[in-house]
Design a protein around this ligand. Sequence first.
Ligand code: SF4
Length: 77
Amino acid sequence: MSDHPPFKIDEEFCVGHGRCYALAPESFQPDEMGHGVVRDYRDGPATREPGVVVNACPESAIELITVGGDAEKGSQS
Ligand code: SF4
């Protein structure tokens, strides 16, 4: 198992749409302001479709951390 969470949220871009924790509550939770927070990866099962969650963020604030530790940002279309 990886020793880091599979996601990272850029707090500068997150405005609190809530799509991340609506789509993948096993990986994200809201903070007190409704902004997305990555859950501790040891809390539960991994998100089945991480790319879908990354691309669901309207602000491209979610990054998928690959095995080598690099981050891959979602793209807006
Ligand atoms: S979907 Fe994006 S903007 Fe919305 S709460 Fe999650 S990370 Fe923040």
